[in-house]
Design a protein around this ligand. Structure first.
Ligand code: UD1
Ligand code: MG
Length: 423
């Protein structure tokens, strides 16, 4: 939990071991003193929602001829997701009050030295997103799956993984687990899916390599190991590409939207029913992810009125990992994750302990100009500041999210170029 990890904003480099827990504030007087959080920001969500909804609707209703049996559950899921969006948006201010009451708050480090830097920002609001997502996921089964459905086992295993990850993320926020331990939490949370997974463990060899390896290889348990590692990577890579208002949720929304468009393109352009089902399965999970995350985004966008916590970063990473695994497009997923891969590579010396790793690897904020300057810490945030010069937190976030969009578009382009030649 941020408040327990950090205490006052001035302690940007607080060591995790320092006891920074605030005194309990459970009486009703202190609760009454907590001002309500700022209202949601509509413009950023409208921009993202419209720029994805338009191509998505064109693809699903007009461009592709998608059969009714597939379209129906997708649309039911979309309606449920819309409901989830409004529910999440309504619940966040309520939950914010409760988490603040239990001292789950953080200080905005990139506003240190200004009045905003002294405001207690409610932390771990990812818990609302996670709970609403799970409720939607559980309810949706009623509309789509018959009792003998093969998908049911894997679908519920996926939900169990996500649920387990939310629990461990929240535990991390509250107990402040040492970060080398928390690197491993997702491998524990991925167990339900690894144990229940009965799908194929065969990979199709890219065409240029068929002469060396044959058409396919059955990887057996190595495939499951790969699944576990993917879950560890997706969760942690989102968690460490963070620290700027809106970045944690923003990157999730951009990747999830790219996954949604990828799925619909694959469903529309394929004739294989099993392949289409796998992608429809991804859509059933990614639509609620986008809707609930967008609701959080409206509060987390600059200037953040709530923080998402590791509950959200772990939840989002695990959800996208299971979507990629069960939709059988983990290579594409990893290309969508290019900024996270770059950030991870830049972070390696500090993560491995070769270079000193402070508690927060954030840029330096100048309260006079309101601009951020890149530090030597190996993160994409700092690299971007060094490359493109000092800038405000909001414009840095837009720049980083723009880069995420470019990487996703590049992935679509790469797939388009390589189709027929690669696989
Ligand atoms: C990861 C990063 C850490 C980064 C932190 C920011 C690694 C190894 N760890 O740690 O370098 O500083 O995320 O999230 O790379 N905060 C802000 N503004 C924001 C978001 C967060 O100031 O927009 C601060 C708040 O004080 C908040 C805290 O970061 O309470 C949350 O940090 P937490 O998610 O607990 O950090 P880690 O995930 O452990
Ligand atoms: Mg975090």
């Amino acid at each position: 939990m941020a408040a327990r990890k950090r205490g006052p904003a001035a302690q940007q480099e607080t060591k995790a071991s320092e006891p920074t827990r605030n005194p309990p504030a459970t009486n009703s007087k202190s609760v009454a003193e907590d001002p309500p959080i700022a209202p949601p920001k509509v413009l950023p969500i409208l921009t993202i929602a419209l720029s994805v909804l338009i191509p998505y609707c064109v693809a699903i209703f007009w461009y592709y001829d998608i059969e009714y049996e597939l379209k129906r559950p997708i649309l039911i899921n979309a309606v449920l997701s819309l409901f989830g969006f409004f529910l999440t948006q309504r619940m966040i201010p309520v939950a914010a009050k409760y988490v603040s009451r239990r001292n789950l708050f953080g200080y905005d480090i990139n506003k240190k030295g200004t009045p905003q830097g002294t405001v207690k920002v409610p932390e771990s609001l990812g818990i609302v997103v996670g709970i609403v997502f799970l409720v939607l996921g559980i309810l949706f089964q009623y509309f789509n799956f018959t009792a003998d459905s093969n998908w049911l086992v894997e679908y519920n295993a996926a939900l169990a993984c996500i649920c387990f990850m939310i629990l461990l993320g929240f535990v991390d926020d509250v107990l402040d687990v040492p970060w080398r331990v928390k690197l491993l939490l997702p491998s524990v949370a991925a167990l339900p899916l690894l144990m229940a997974y009965a799908g194929h463990t065969t990979i199709i060899i890219p065409k240029p390599l068929i002469q060396y390896f044959g058409e396919s290889i059955d990887l057996g348990w190595i495939y499951k190991l790969y699944m576990g590692l993917l879950a560890v990577f997706c969760t942690n890579s989102i968690n460490i590409h963070a620290g700027i208002n809106g970045l944690e949720v923003g990157q999730t929304v951009v990747i999830a939207c790219a996954i949604l468009l990828h799925n619909i393109i694959q469903i529309g352009s394929s004739g294989d029913p099993e392949y289409k089902q796998a992608h429809a399965f991804s859509i059933y999970l990614v639509q609620p992810l986008i809707a609930t995350s967008l609701a959080l985004f409206s509060y987390n966008w600059y200037p953040s009125s709530v923080f998402v916590g590791d509950t959200f970063t772990y939840f989002a990473g695990m959800t996208m990992a299971v979507i990629g695994i069960l939709g059988h497009f983990s290579e594409t997923l990893l290309i969508f994750f290019t900024p996270q891969v770059l950030n991870f590579l830049a972070s390696l010396p500090q993560l491995a302990g070769i270079v000193y790793c402070p508690r927060h690897r954030l840029p330096r904020f100048d309260p006079q100009s309101g601009l951020l300057t890149g530090t030597k810490d190996g993160t994409l945030v700092n690299i971007f500041l060094r490359l493109f010069g000092r800038r405000s937190e909001k414009s840095l976030c837009i720049l980083l999210l723009g880069f995420q969009v470019i990487c996703c578009l590049f992935c679509f382009f790469l797939r388009w170029i390589l189709t027929g030649w690669y696989k």
